[in-house]
Design a protein around this ligand. Structure first.
Ligand SMILES: C[S@@+](CC[C@H](N)C(=O)[O-])C[C@H]1O[C@@H](n2cnc3c(N)ncnc32)[C@H](O)[C@@H]1O
Length: 223
């Protein structure tokens, strides 16, 4: 998702109390509990877009901390509007950053779980490394996730989903749960929170795929 550039978006983000800024985010690597002021488990959504999913999750789970990551200012600004409507939440912060920098910002084992929702497909083979469920990104997730931490990935893009399953297998991850039609899978649908893209694509009749991945139980690092 890339929205038209919005004049003043960078300034609005710089002034927002809900955004952790570049210098601070790196300094807090391994010490995110200080940022939230508690030891609650930390969950990330990478490529959160306009932020509906993570805002709703933060509202439903006040005993967990959430960080939404988005690379475009214009998109983050939209998430901030929603954040402002939920000013009572103390467990949700945003970062404007490239996910490639994840290991500069989060310490080893510091993250309890990662959500990837409707990630950009990057259809050309030469761009495969940029896909958020690629083996290159799985290696980054492996470093920041706690031993029992999971990556949850949803998409309507069947080719990207099959790529994700192949990459996970190649990188030694375990499939905990998997469906090619989430909205007709009563068990995996329980507690599902719709993202903006999920609502749009499922209303067009596209089946939604979902997988939950973890490292092999007790093995910790996969590579
Ligand atoms: C297709 S949109 C999906 C938005 C939202 N997750 C949803 O399901 O409605 C993907 C979003 O991920 C962001 N994104 C893609 N690659 C990223 C990266 N490497 N780092 C941070 N954000 C990224 C894009 O800017 C875009 O807003």
């Amino acid at each position: 998702m890339r929205l038209r550039n919005i004049p003043g978006s960078r300034e609005a983000i710089a002034a927002s109390e809900y955004v952790v800024h570049e210098d601070v985010m790196r300094e807090k690597k391994g010490r995110w509990s200080e940022v939230f002021g508690n030891d609650h488990p930390l969950y990330l959504e990478i490529g959160m877009g306009k932020g509906r999913f993570i805002t709703e999750l933060a509202r439903l789970c006040p005993d967990r901390n959430y960080v939404g990551i988005e690379k475009y200012s214009s998109v983050l600004l939209r998430a901030l509007e929603k954040r402002g409507e939920n000013a009572q939440l103390t467990n949700l912060l945003f970062l404007r950053m490239e996910a490639e920098e994840l290991t500069d910002v989060f310490g080893e084992g510091e993250v309890a779980g990662i959500y990837l929702n409707f990630s950009d497909p990057w259809p050309k083979d030469r761009h495969a490394k940029r896909r958020l469920p690629s083996r290159e990104f799985l290696a980054r997730y492996d470093r920041v996730l706690a031993p029992e931490g999971c990556v949850e990935f949803k998409t309507d893009n069947r080719a990207l989903f099959e790529f994700a399953l192949a990459e996970a297998e190649a990188a030694g991850w375990t499939v905990r749960q998997c469906t090619f039609d989430l909205h007709h899978d009563a068990q995996m649908m329980r507690g599902n929170i719709m993202t903006e893209y999920e609502e749009r694509f499922s209303s067009q009749g596209n089946p939604i795929c979902k997988v939950v991945l973890s490292r092999r139980h007790g093995e910790g690092r996969s590579a």
